[in-house]
Design a protein around this ligand. Structure first.
Ligand code: HEM
Ligand SMILES: *[C@@H]1O[C@H](CO)[C@@H](O)[C@H](O)[C@H]1NC(C)=O
Length: 504
């Protein structure tokens, strides 16, 4: 037997023992709970064998039997799945406080990330401080307006790369290209420097690290279903994450050291400081508002949370546009009419002139939410929800997948139709519970505005400067919409498309 098998056997032995004891003392207590309905769990493993490769689809099917508030048991973790807008509304309006913690995947415990991270720590004075700093100091519209030029330069680079492929008639993995661009948009907004390149030969360190972190986090990990296994780290997920995190932290430390040097010399010469997000963070650190550990782990969070999600939604949007050529034509015409023939310099302030592009982005979020279940929430106490009890410490997942395809809310839910958003007030800022790609309540994503700017800017530029087609011999009808389950729902087969010149 190899190490993993031995580990599994030993742990299952302990688990069974644990379970036996619990079932003896727990029976009377359980009866008082009015748990939501759900499939019958088998001992120890609960319902994990029924999940399949695409749990978001399996759960959506199960709601037809058990309804939109469902209980499943993932190993030893009681999980409540919310699959309708009205239950999500009650959850966020009435119970947000009680459901504001997160269940923590074992992988993010590596390097103690979960102890410092804005995204994973429970609501606490430290979390409030990180939230305040992020929302007011780092990611506010005023601040983002100030850093626009830094992002413009990165869009120019993306267009230069696309132009090069256009001349060579080479196809582009558009998800990968968007990933690189988003990394550079973020690193330029934060550090005034670019850290990733489109060509594979040059330094790819940050890109590979962020990519690998997302891969590891997305891997199903038995340590999450059976917390007792976490001690052994059965598949080495935490070990690999630790290696990624520590390299990433070292990279940030290096960048910070360089900046500290510049700051001290600038100070002497009385020169103008760079004043990007890193400078703001270092100022806060000097004023004792932010420890160095908090600062470093915040940077980890921003790159993790911002890159894959943004790149992912762009790939899906382009996929839907290739499949629906009439929608592609319509948005290209909209951009041309709104911004004129010379669209070499589209600004973030131009986005508001492009309602159809905005509708396309919303429609893509509806059908292809980057996170199928938000990030996992956890009940701090027993919570009453729609007449049922969500027991203390259970995991709560909001199925954006099910809500986005709910026929009670959306007409022809499977059809990609941006028009449905044209004369509607539905937005994705956490007020309309039928569309929650960024979550809602206290823990809503602080990066909405930045990711929306990056996304719209990339799309508007790609669409008005080029026409896009599939590789030779492929017809849009052959294009599949299959997704791969993970931390984000990626397209299973990456979209490869060829740019052709648009205006001649
Ligand atoms: C299309 C892009 C993005 C999507 C779909 C997205 C989605 C989400 C979702 C669903 C959550 C959990 C909300 C909840 O639990 O209610 C979240 C949290 C978070 N996001 Fe985003 N996000 C995106 C981009 C970004 C960007 C660009 C940043 C940073 C600049 C960012 C930083 C964060 C952070 C720090 C959290 C944790 C907040 C907390 O736990 O209190 N995200 N995001
Ligand atoms: C869900 O149900 C549909 C139609 O009933 C079926 O085609 C599909 O395979 C099911 N998916 C999963 C993952 O169970």
């Amino acid at each position: 037997m190899d190490y993993t098998t031995i580990a599994m056997v030993v742990s299952i032995f302990f688990l069974s023992f644990n379970l036996l004891i619990k079932s003896h003392i727990g029976l009377a207590k359980k009866k008082s709970h009015n748990l939501p309905p759900g499939p019958k769990p088998i001992p120890i493993f609960g319902n994990i064998f029924g999940l399949g490769k695409k749990p978001h689809r399996t759960f959506t099917n199960l709601t037809k039997i058990y309804g939109p508030l469902m209980r499943v048991k993932l190993g030893s973790v009681t999980t409540i799945v919310v699959s309708s807008a009205s239950i999500a509304k009650e959850m966020f309006l009435k119970n947000d406080q009680a459901l504001s913690s997160r269940t923590i995947p074992d992988s993010v415990r590596a390097c103690d990330h979960s102890k410092f991270s804005y995204a994973w720590i429970p609501i606490s004075p430290k979390w409030r401080n990180l939230k305040k700093i992020s929302v007011i100091q780092l990611l506010s519209n005023k601040r983002l307006d100030d850093s626009q030029e830094l992002r413009q330069a990165m869009i120019k680079q993306l267009l230069a790369y696309v132009q090069n492929c256009c001349i060579k008639m080479q196809s582009i993995n558009i998800g990968k290209a968007a990933f690189t661009t988003t990394l550079n948009l973020l690193s330029n907004t934060l550090f005034s420097m670019e850290l990733a390149s489109y060509e594979s030969s040059s330094s790819q360190e940050l890109k590979d690290l962020v990519w690998n972190i997302m891969l590891e986090m997305g891997r199903p990990n038995y340590a999450d279903f059976f917390p007792i296994l976490a001690y052994i780290d059965p598949f080495g997920v935490r070990r690999r994450m630790a290696s990624c995190y520590s390299k990433l932290l070292d990279l940030y430390k290096e960048i910070i050291n360089e900046r500290q040097k510049i700051r001290s010399t600038n100070h002497q010469l009385d020169a103008k400081p760079t004043n990007d997000i890193l400078d703001i963070l270092l100022n806060l650190h000097q004023e004792n508002e932010l420890s160095m550990d908090d600062l470093l782990h915040l940077l980890v969070d921003i790159f993790d949370a911002g890159t894959d999600t943004t790149a992912n939604i762009l790939e899906w949007a382009m996929t839907e546009l290739i499949k629906n050529q009439n929608i592609m034509d319509k948005v290209q015409i909209e951009i041309e009419e709104a911004l004129g023939r010379d669209h070499s310099n589209i600004q973030e302030s131009d986005i508001s002139k492009l309602p159809y592009l905005q509708a396309i982005i919303k429609e893509t979020f509806r059908l292809h939410p980057p996170t199928a279940y938000l990030l996992p929430r956890k009940a701090n106490s027993d919570v009453e929800l729609c007449g049922y009890t969500v027991p203390k410490n259970s995991q709560v997942l909001v199925s954006l997948w099910a809500i986005g395809r709910d026929p009670n809310i959306w007409k022809d839910p499977e059809v990609f139709s941006p028009e449905r958003f044209l004369d509607s007030d539905i937005d994705f800022k956490g007020q309309n519970f039928e569309l929650l790609p960024f979550g809602a309540g206290r823990r809503i994503c602080p990066g909405i505005s930045l990711s929306y700017r990056m996304l719209s800017l990339m799309m508007a530029n790609l669409l008005c400067n080029y026409n896009w087609k599939l590789e030779d011999g492929m017809h849009p009808n052959d294009l599949d919409l299959d997704e791969k389950y993970g931390m984000t729902l990626q397209k299973a087969n990456p979209l490869q498309i060829i740019p052709t010149p648009r205006n001649n």
